[in-house]
Design a protein around this ligand. Structure first.
Ligand code: AHR
Length: 502
């Protein structure tokens, strides 16, 4: 067994964890909405058509925000299509995903669903085919109390009280040529600035997210952030980052080291934000909204077939990745990376929530179950709140194709208001267990409460409707806290949550 040491102290704080880093995302894409959260006629559907089996799984994740309605979808979306009497809402071609959007579920329905889920809506406006005018109108519709055209329209449509949507995305991935209304950094920066300015004139309490690069490997990455922020720094609050990983090489050590790339990405975008701030002599600091992250590759081939066969149909089963155990390990180390960057990453959305590259899967008319990646998010959201502590880790490392000296054990820790400490740790070693040692005497009297482990002998193991409990957390048996010294055995290839309470 290898040994790894974790040094931390309650005074070495990274920052407060913003609970919104445990957010998620529902796009009008595939079966996320239709057949996912909404399926009138399903045995568990409530009077509004929302599946209660799905809502139960979403509630267990304790997701504070859900980004909506896209995604690529939003760049061709008219928000006005999604309000008012359902029977008169138009059916439109969705050029992002080559399907037909019926608008049966729209803004009011999604706000209603989010409330049932215990989440807030993070709403994206269309800055692709549309612009600042439609953006300020939807803010007026959603958030202005009454006495104006759009707020009164909302009231006539059944919502007396404003929706109070606080967090708004200024478009989606506007650097990407695949996006409807793709823009240069300058064009986008100007548009985002004007949109943000007048949206905030309508409701000065909102916060807005400017689109950063759609991924780390974009040819315009870096220059995009700098140039667009030069245009809109003063009026925006966050910059978005998106990142999806794959194990197309089928090399688990390489795959599990991807959080190193994530860490670099975060550090670089923070540097660019601060460079623009410095250039502008700004007192204000911009934070990051990692509003799309996940593993995404399992469904690529299947999707090509679906489009060949069923293009323009409604609710196609697109992006239905079936996640395996190693995907859950990477999801865990992504969450650890967010916690270790809690001073600047204030929002993050696991993309997405139901059926579409999602922790929750459903069958139309059938069951709903948790995929492997569900569990790290559930644990982090439940226990990773309070203050993120700065862990100093020493222990074995390995070299892989893209990185040298990847720590075999990766970890983050949080200190909650009640004095309890939670350690999240991954053991990336394929074969050997790691003995985690931590000196916790600086935290006063703590007692060991529980050690939860997610492990499977087969990295490709998955959960299915028939076998939903194939990869599930279990109780660890080998933790010891003696006179403030903690030792825990982290099994080879495992995600671990260690809870210590006063
Ligand atoms: O989450 C799936 C898609 O990935 C989103 O629509 C888009 O923003 C990103 O490219």
């Amino acid at each position: 067994m290898k040994n790894a040491r974790l040094i931390m102290d309650k005074d070495f704080a990274i920052g407060q964890v913003d609970p919104r880093i445990y957010g998620s995302f529902i796009e009008h894409l595939g079966r996320a909405v239709y057949g996912g959260i909404y399926e009138p006629g399903h045995p568990t559907a409530d009077g509004s058509g929302f599946r209660q089996d799905v809502l139960d799984l979403v509630r267990r994740l304790n997701v504070p925000i859900v980004r909506y309605p896209g995604g690529n979808f939003v760049s061709g979306f008219n928000w006005e299509d999604s309000v008012g009497p359902r029977e008169s809402r138009p059916h439109r071609l969705d050029l992002a995903w080559f399907t037909t959007e019926t608008n049966e579920v729209g803004l009011h329905e999604f706000v209603d669903w989010s409330r049932k889920a215990g989440s807030q809506v993070m709403y994206a406006v269309n800055l692709g085919t549309r612009g600042p005018d439609e953006a300020r109108n939807v803010v007026e519709y959603a958030n202005h109390p009454s006495g104006s055209f759009y707020s009164d329209l909302r009231r006539r449509n059944g919502a007396e009280e404003p929706f109070g949507i606080h967090l708004w995305c200024l478009g989606n991935e506007m650097d990407g040529p695949w996006q409807m209304g793709h823009k240069t950094a300058f064009e986008y920066g100007r548009t985002a600035n004007e949109a943000a300015k007048i949206m905030k004139w309508v409701d000065p309490t909102i916060e807005v997210v400017a689109c950063g690069s759609s991924h780390h490997g974009m040819p315009t990455y870096g220059a995009w952030e700098y140039e667009m922020l030069m245009e809109c720094y003063e009026n925006v609050d966050y910059v978005s980052l998106h990142r999806y990983y794959d194990n197309a090489r089928n090399n688990t050590p390489d795959f599990l080291a991807r959080s190193m790339d994530l860490d670099d990405f975060i550090r670089e975008v923070v540097s660019i934000c601060d460079a623009v701030g410095g250039r502008k002599h700004a007192r204000k600091k911009l934070n990051l909204s990692f509003d799309e992250w996940n593993v995404w590759y399992h469904s690529h081939e299947q999707d090509k077939e679906i489009w060949k066969r069923d293009k323009w149909n409604r609710a196609l089963p697109l992006l239905e990745d079936i996640y395996n155990f190693e995907d859950a390990l990477l999801a865990g180390s992504i969450l650890i990376t967010f916690l270790r960057n809690a001073d600047r990453v204030k929002v993050a959305c696991l993309a997405q929530l139901v059926n579409v590259i999602a922790p929750i899967m459903t069958r139309n008319g059938g069951g709903a179950w948790a995929q492997t990646i569900y569990y790290p998010l559930m644990h982090a959201s439940a226990f990773g709140r309070g203050t993120a502590l700065r862990p100093v880790i020493s222990g074995p490392v390995y070299d892989c194709t893209d990185y040298e000296k990847v720590p075999v054990m990766d970890a983050a820790a949080t200190l909650a208001e009640d004095g309890s400490v939670t350690i999240f740790a991954i053991n990336r070693d394929l074969r050997e267990d790691v003995c985690l040692e931590a000196d916790l005497r600086g935290f006063g009297n703590l007692r060991f409460a529980e050690h939860t482990v997610l492990h499977h002998d087969d990295v490709k193991a998955v959960n299915t409707e028939e076998h939903p409990d194939n990869v599930v957390p279990c109780r660890g048996e080998d933790a010891l806290l003696d006179s403030g010294r903690l030792t825990v055995r982290l099994p080879a290839l495992s995600w671990n949550v260690i809870r210590l309470v006063p």
